[in-house]
Every structure is written in structure tokens, then in C-alpha cells.
Write a protein that binds this ligand. Structure first.
Ligand code: KG4
Ligand code: ZN
Length: 355
């Protein structure tokens, strides 16, 4: 079985071909649009959609060439159907549908979050059910993954996503975009104990997250250090990066600890904590999650960093798992800007929840 996967929900144009026999990843191409957005200081949806359109055909052809397969060797076409920037999702879905129609192949619309959620199974065959910490630029959730298409959300953020906390923090510290890798790098030379930043939600029960207070506290500290103008000294920036990373990690560990207790009481046979999404590329966080899991008697699994950040392989893999489960979509599938993995989950406390 071989699936072509297309990912266009944000600022990466990505195409991959994944099979069910080793080596599973036959081709995995990610084209970053960083340069196209840099001059605007952030991602511009219209620019992203046009860039996906400009690059996608060429990337699909290159993926087929790299995998050394023709159309006739494919068993299905998977494309991210949401959630994400709708212009980009439309481009990927139209490309996927057009190929599926022209080649008479099944079309599978993949929830981007399901792509992240199943990525651990692409590399490690992690068995269901498992507890998932899904941490990315747009999301921060704790879910129990019962099976393909079967998710129980235990908690989500009531304001910012955790990747946003890294990205906005890095902007405040003058470290550039994307913020996660920049904060991680700067933190290596910093003292995580120098600034006492808050740990929002830590005293609260449940598994919801909050990061906006942390951002405000960081901003106040920067203003105190620099006055009304002037730049941060490199050591101050490094210490702040380390302090921010430590505070974020403490929040994630605290909430995940609560989720482990719920997971173990409801699913005694469950044996693994999985981390996925761009923020799961963070080495310090992976280390701490590994310790937390082992102290609770769980295994810890996270895909390699290149499969944590957005990629086509996870979309192709989720497509393969869905196809195996008989879950195929019609060519009338409508892209979804919002698409919660667990539509039955109660909204988190507070407003502005990203689901
Ligand atoms: O999963 P992803 O590539 O895209 C979304 O679906 O959102 O996640 C991107 C996010 C960005 O906020 C980026 O700053 C963060 O993941 N990120 C990291 C690291 N690498 C990427 N955060 C912390 N540490 C990293 N090493
Ligand atoms: Zn993502």
C-alpha cells in the first residue's frame, strides 16, 4: 500500500509518499515559505495560498520521482482537509481531489491534528490507546487516542497555543521566527532560574492550559530591563529565553501529570505517553516528558523532530491508516477551517478557545 500525502494548512508546502512496508517513508518534501512571509513579520494567508499553488505541482512530481513510483503504484491520495488557513487548505484539497479523480484513486481528507496524532505510529507502531500531548503553533491539547478517528479530549488551551507562546516570546526577545527553535537555542546559554515567570493554571485541577499571562509577564520583564528604549543585552535575552522555556515546560508537565492520572484510571491497558506537533521537537521538553512518563510507569514516544513540525509524511500516514479502516471521502468534501478531533469535548473554561 502506498499513499501520496499533501499538507498545505499553514506556511509549509509539503508532499510525501508513505507505504506500509519498511522503509515506510519513500519521499518526504517540505518547502518552507519563510522567506515569502519574513518581510511581513508574520504569515499572510493570501501569500501562503498563492505560494502553495505555485509550488504544489512541482513538489508532487518530485516526490514521485524520489520515491521512484508512477501513478499506477499509488493506492490513495490524502490531503489535509483542515483545520488551518482556509486558502491553503483549499489549494491542497483541490490538488488531491484532481489527482484522485484523474487517476481513479480514493481521496482521503485528513484532519491536520490527526496527522500529528498518528505520527508516532508512523515511526514506532505505538499501540492504541495512548495519551497524547499535542503541542503546535495553533494547538495545545491533551487527548486520549483510542483508535483511528477516535479521540477523547481531556484539555485544551483557554487562550494562546503553546507554539504561539514560543513565537511571541521570541519576538519580544528579538530572536526571530519561528520562535520555538530560536528560544531553544538561546536558552542553552541562559539561566532558567533567573526570572520568576508565572506558571498559569498550575494550582487548578483538570487539564486545560493558559499561556497569555506568561506572555504578559515576559513583556513586563523586558520593559523593566530595557526601559522605554534600548535592546536586551545578549545574556538577559538568553536568561529570559531559558526562564520562558522552563515556565512553559513546567505548565505542560503539570497538566500532562493530571492527564496521566485520568488516562491510567480509565484505560489501565494503556502504556504510552506520546508527544507530537512542532513544539514536541523541543529537546528539553522531550527529556522532561520522558521522565514524567517513566515515573508513572508509562513509555514515552515522540516522532523525530523533522516529523514533529508540519510535514506531508504524517498526512500520508494518517491517510493510509484511514484507508485501512475503510474511511474514505467523496470528491464533494468541503475544506474545514475548524475541525475538532473530539467534537463532543466540552469547551475549555474561558473564551476564544481554538478547537
Ligand atoms: O506543528 P507545527 O509545525 O505547525 C502547526 O501545526 O502549528 O508547529 C509549529 C510550532 C511553532 O510555533 C514553532 O515555534 C514550534 O512549533 N516549534 C518549537 C520548536 N520547533 C518548532 N517550539 C519549541 N521548541 C522547538 N524546538
Ligand atoms: Zn501542525
Amino acid at each position: 500500500m502506498q499513499i501520496l500525502g499533501i499538507e498545505t494548512s499553514c506556511d509549509e508546502t509539503a508532499v510525501a509518499i508513505v507505504g506500509d512496508q519498511a522503509p515506510r517513508i519513500r519521499a518526504n518534501l517540505v518547502l518552507s515559505q519563510l522567506a515569502e512571509h519574513q518581510r511581513f513579520g508574520g504569515i499572510v494567508p493570501e501569500v501562503a495560498a498563492r505560494a502553495h499553488l505555485a509550488h504544489l505541482d512541482r513538489l508532487v512530481a518530485r516526490a514521485l520521482a524520489e520515491a521512484g513510483v508512477g501513478w499506477e503504484r499509488l493506492d490513495g491520495i490524502a490531503a489535509t482537509g483542515g483545520p488551518g488557513l482556509i486558502g491553503g487548505v483549499l489549494v491542497g484539497v483541490m490538488e488531491g481531489k484532481a489527482i484522485a479523480f484523474a487517476r481513479d484513486l480514493p481521496f482521503i481528507a485528513v484532519n491536520h491534528l490527526e496527522g500529528h496524532a498518528l505520527s508516532a505510529r508512523l515511526v514506532a507502531d505505538t499501540a492504541f490507546p495512548y495519551l497524547l500531548l499535542l503541542v503546535s503553533g495553533g494547538h495545545c491539547q491533551l487527548l486520549i487516542v483510542e483508535g483511528v478517528g477516535r479521540y477523547r479530549r481531556l484539555g485544551t488551551t483557554i487562550d494562546d497555543a503553546v507554539g504561539e507562546a514560543f513565537d511571541k516570546g521570541a519576538k519580544l526577545l528579538g530572536l526571530g521566527y519561528p520562535g520555538g527553535p530560536a528560544i531553544e537555542r538561546a536558552a542553552l546559554a541562559g539561566d532558567p532560574a533567573r526570572f520568576a515567570l508565572p506558571r498559569p493554571m498550575r494550582a487548578r485541577s483538570g487539564c486545560d492550559f493558559s499561556f497569555s499571562g506568561l506572555k504578559t509577564a515576559l513583556w513586563r520583564t523586558v520593559v523593566q530591563l530595557t526601559g522605554s528604549r534600548g535592546e536586551l543585552a545578549p545574556q538577559d535575552a538568553a536568561d529570559l529565553a531559558a526562564s520562558l522555556q522552563a515556565a512553559i515546560a513546567d505548565c505542560l508537565i503539570d497538566r500532562t501529570g493530571h492527564a496521566i492520572a485520568i488516562f491510567q484510571s480509565r484505560y489501565p491497558a494503556g502504556s504510552t505517553l506520546v508527544a507530537a506537533g512542532g513544539v514536541a521537537a523541543n529537546a528539553m521538553l522531550r527529556g522532561r516528558l520522558g521522565e514524567l512518563a517513566s515515573s508513572a510507569g508509562l513509555a514515552f514516544a515522540a516522532p523525530p523532530a523533522s516529523l514533529c513540525t508540519d510535514n506531508g509524511a504524517m498526512i500520508a500516514w494518517a491517510g493510509l491508516e484511514r484507508l485501512n479502516a475503510g474511511l474514505v471521502d467523496g470528491l464533494d468534501f468541503a475544506p474545514r477551517p475548524r475541525w475538532p478531533l473530539d467534537p463532543t469535548a466540552p469547551r475549555a473554561l474561558g473564551a476564544g478557545v481554538k478547537a
